[in-house]
Design a protein around this ligand. Structure first.
Ligand code: CUA
Length: 172
């Protein structure tokens, strides 16, 4: 069977695009570490405030340079509504909702989670530069949806070797 040369060129171009896309997918997944936030656990929505780690919302250091930020979403606010984390540290956001579906999006980052009743959402991010970032609920959740905002304050990292202890965090 004879294939016209233009058709061959078209097939080759299609194949090249396919390989490029697969390469981009592999690169972002394995090299850049981008993943869809998966289900990180189940929780009884009625018992969120008494179930660890949500019984103590806020930021805590779990290892040198690694923090866990536990945030509860409820109509229509985030608890706590403001957190402070050091730049350059690995922050794992752990969140859930006590009532209806909420969103968890930190502007200007890839942190974008859906908070579903009964489900724990988890995602890790490192803020490279100090600054202030808006945390918004981007899933419609009722009358007060547009007021459901929080703030992430990224503070300059302390010099190497020192243990960063962001203000507002609790020692346990
Ligand atoms: Cu919570 Cu919109």
């Amino acid at each position: 069977m004879r294939i016209h040369q233009y058709e061959k060129a078209f097939l080759a171009a299609g194949g090249a695009v396919l390989i490029l896309c697969l390469g981009a997918l592999a690169w972002t997944t394995f090299v850049m570490g981008l993943h869809l936030p998966g289900v990180a656990g189940r929780i009884d929505p009625q018992a969120v405030r008494t179930t660890p780690p949500f019984d103590q919302p806020g930021v805590r250091e779990v290892a040198p340079g690694r923090y866990e930020a536990v945030i509860i979403a409820t109509a229509w606010r985030f608890e706590p509504s403001e957190i402070r984390v050091p730049a350059g540290a690995e922050i794992t956001f752990v969140s859930t909702t006590t009532d209806v579906l909420h969103g968890f999006n930190i502007e200007g980052t890839r942190l974008n989670m859906m908070l579903i009743p009964g489900q724990i959402s988890r995602n890790t991010y490192t803020f490279r530069e100090p600054g202030e970032f808006l945390l918004i609920c981007h899933e419609y959740c009722g009358l007060g949806h547009h007021t459901m905002v929080g703030k992430v304050v990224v503070e300059a990292a302390l010099r190497t070797g020192a243990t960063a202890q962001p203000a507002g965090s609790q020692a346990h």
